[in-house]
Design a protein around this ligand. Sequence first.
Ligand SMILES: Nc1ncnc2c1ncn2[C@@H]1O[C@H](COP(=O)(O)OP(=O)(O)OP(=O)(O)O)[C@@H](O)[C@H]1O
Ligand SMILES: [Mg+2]
Length: 408
Amino acid sequence: MSARLRLLIADDSTPTRDSLRRLLEFEPDIEVIGEAADGEEAITQARLLHPDVILMDINMSPVDGITATEVISTEIPRSVIVMMSVQGEQEYLRQAMTAGARDYLTKPFSGDELVHTLQNAYTRESKRWQQVGARLSLPQDHKGEVITIFSAKGGVGKTTIATNLAALLSEEMGKSVIIVDLDLQFGDVPILLDFVPRRTIVDLTGGDEWGQDEVQHCLYQYSPNLRVMAPPTRPEEAELVSGSHIKQLIGTLKGLADYVIIDTAQSFDEPILAALDESDSIAIIATLDIPTIKNVRLCLEVMQDVLDYPVDKTRLVVNRAAEDIGIKASVLEEKLGIGISAKIPSDGRLAVQAANTGIPFVLSNPRSEITQGIRQLATKVTGDEEATSLEEVPSRGFLGRLLRHGTT
Ligand SMILES: Nc1ncnc2c1ncn2[C@@H]1O[C@H](COP(=O)(O)OP(=O)(O)OP(=O)(O)O)[C@@H](O)[C@H]1O
Ligand SMILES: [Mg+2]
């Protein structure tokens, strides 16, 4: 979060938006970062900008403030919503608070009232998030299972799978999850989860020893159940991170979450080897084409013959599975001598949309086939065979789903 409170104003009256901007013009701690003229635009802007606070009019058309609040508070829970209404809209206001708004202002209001309400709501919510983080860090019985997402080729979908698996385990299955971006030169977990890291793994490397406190200080709290260890912000910083750093880091993270998901680069360098060693399971991502299969075979040989990993430590995951254009999955299993644990279908539209909006598709499109592929993988890694099937996925609100682009 930046020092200045980043505000989005949503009101269907241009003169009202202008006068709100004027009221805040000389406020040093608040920056108006965007405007929206109805609820749908507010949702789009919120997805794009992730504002700290959204000042939302209750009555807008065609999509009103309550509907927008329902969608935003689910998808972008860290954006605090403050409703604006006029006298006599008490019933609407109640609905808005139920939908997730945190405070309200009754029009007309003064500049002082406006500033106070925005800042108070923001401070209160920030404290609440800190408390949630602190509660999560209390000594608890964490499963501490480490799953590394690895591949023998670049661009096969490791980061897409790592971020969506982490989001599904944490949001849908209620597990505490930490995702570590070990693509130390060009990691893009922060981009796929749409945040700018303030601290990264490099901040840990200064000290010789560290404990849970130091590690937690470097984690970004994405949602109550999901935290992220961000990669270095500059490629040249990658060399500051050694294999022994990673061994120590994973040892600490195991005590902090049920699942530690590690995204990797296509390499057997020292930090990644350390992560593979420390993993309970390794998901090797393959696509159905000859060069990838050749490399997956090499990779399995290294893991079994050189690194001496037990056979059941590795799992094969097929991404962009489309048998009509690639090699048949059964042929792949036969060639590699290993069964396929999960098949994730190809869906370029949802994969790209998730990358561009910063919202994992498992959250925005829980009923899609590609999400079902991730769910199949989650089921395998958790051993929770009773995990939700496609038919049982809970609806996240009819209007919310209607408003999601291209929900399937
Ligand atoms: N199941 C899928 N269907 C369609 N497109 C996909 C799928 N999985 C990933 N993609 C797309 O493939 C591209 C590469 O994905 P991603 O960045 O996750 O791969 P990666 O293995 O992490 O790459 P790198 O080796 O560069 O880190 C992205 O554009 C992503 O949106
Ligand atoms: Mg990647």
